[in-house]
Design a protein around this ligand. Structure first.
Ligand code: PMP
Length: 415
């Protein structure tokens, strides 16, 4: 009998798919709240990874033998699965498999940025960008003479859209914005940013690393020119990420890596490039990982991305409420009513987040502590680090209660 909760998920049944959640430490059940860093992988995906290696492991695109054909078809089909998942009507031509979100960012910043940016041009980012975007555009701007500008964060932890309207202008060539902040948990109006960018003939790159795992994404409704995310944050394996790009933009861009598979014809003098997306997938690609990402997406789609979104928002709201009830806990980012999903970053008094997380580990509560690859944002918040609890499809309100109990235990220890 199905025991779906109000979000439409049967969390008890989902948890059975993730045997890692049965682990215990120090006599406590594992409470895994570090999903924004890496989510766990369900048996359905692990089994497919094993089946790949047991039954049809071979290199792709190259062989005429049966195994290679099976691997090639599965790998290529996985691109179509991703295309459908994000609403890319161009299909596999618009979906490049990379190593991760970071590499997807580097593909565009290098291939597009190094040839299109120059002195006087501006790349508009947000203050809450992950280092994956911030450092990458910063360094490409240094090389090209372009300038990075940053859209401010409001005092209540949201993107300051008035400032966005001020900054995005004639000189803007690219707007690069995070869809869901991995530190503040806010959901940025990336569709509005895309409209602003397009009004000024600029492009928009959306970092969807924290959004694609937990809400329905439609790149065409957003009108994103580029959109990136990682398999390992959405029930998939490490080692595979996605770069969505509008077909005409990917066609116009130079390859990022050169070598085998990405070419059509090579002579001693020159080379021509393969069709999309293979032009951007030089060398042996993440074959098993890409196929497994397709299965991870099937798993999430069976749960229903609307249900996943509701679940993530409810848990984030519950955690926000429980943590803000504590006078000595500072929570960063907007309230649930203002729009928050997936995660809550916070500090307990002046206890360093690393110390807090190591005490929480004694309770088998796994959270993240540090700057979450958003150092400049932490500078703006006036703290060196924060603790971050982040949720996924298998987490429960009871686990949020255990987090709160563990924080209370830590408070007594540090008192
Ligand atoms: N952007 C955001 C918003 C993230 O949360 C992360 C992962 N912490 C990344 C980019 C980078 O992802 P990856 O390490 O998989 O490249």
């Amino acid at each position: 009998m199905s025991t779906q909760d109000a979000d439409g998920l049967d969390v008890a049944a989902i948890r059975e798919d993730f045997p890692i959640l049965e682990r215990e430490f120090n006599g406590n059940d594992l409470v895994y709240l570090d999903n924004a860093a890496t989510s766990q992988t369900p048996d359905q995906v692990v089994d497919e990874i094993a089946r790949y290696y047991r039954e049809y492991n071979a290199n792709v695109h190259r062989g005429l033998h049966q195994l290679s054909q099976e691997a090639s078809i599965a790998y290529e089909d996985a691109h179509d699965t991703v295309a459908e998942f994000v609403g890319a009507s161009g299909g596999r031509e618009e979906i490049v498999f990379t190593k991760n979100t970071t590499e997807s960012m580097n593909v565009v910043a290098s291939s597009w940025g190094l040839s299109e940016l120059g002195p006087g041009d501006e790349v508009v980012l947000t203050e809450m960008e992950h280092h994956a975007a911030l450092v990458t555009w910063q360094q490409v701007c240094k090389k090209t003479g372009a300038e990075c500008k940053f859209i401010r964060t409001t005092d209540d932890g949201q993107l300051d859209m008035d400032h966005a309207r001020e900054l995005i202008g004639e000189d803007t060539k690219m707007v690069s914005a995070v869809h869901v902040s991995n530190t503040l948990g806010c959901i940025n109006p990336v569709g509005e940013l895309a409209d602003l960018a397009h009004d000024h003939d600029a492009y928009v790159f959306v970092d969807g690393a924290q959004a694609a795992p937990n809400r329905p994404v439609d790149v065409e409704a957003i009108d994103a020119d580029f959109y990136a995310f990682s398999g390992h944050k959405m029930c998939g394996p490490t080692g595979v990420g996605v770069l969505y790009g509008k077909q005409h933009l990917l066609e116009a861009m130079e390859p990022y890596l050169y070598g085998g598979m990405m070419i059509r014809k090579v002579t001693f003098e020159d080379s021509t490039w393969n069709d999309l997306p293979w032009k951007f997938e030089a060398g042996t690609p993440p074959i098993c990982e890409g196929i497994a990402l397709g299965y991870a997406i099937n798993y999430l789609e069976d749960l229903g991305m609307e249900n996943v979104r509701r679940h993530e928002e409810r848990l984030a709201a519950y955690a926000y409420d429980r943590l803000t009830e504590m006078d000595d806990v500072d929570v960063y980012g907007p309230s649930p009513e203002q729009g928050r999903t997936g995660l809550v970053s916070f500090n307990l008094g002046d206890v360093h987040a690393h110390d807090l997380s190591s005490i929480l580990n004694d309770y088998a509560v796994a959270i993240r502590a540090g700057d979450h690859c958003t150092q400049p944002l932490h500078d703006e918040l006036g703290v060196a680090a924060s603790a971050r609890a982040s949720f996924y499809v298998y987490n429960t309100e009871e686990e949020v209660d255990k987090l709160v109990e563990a924080i209370e235990g830590a408070r007594e220890l540090f008192a």
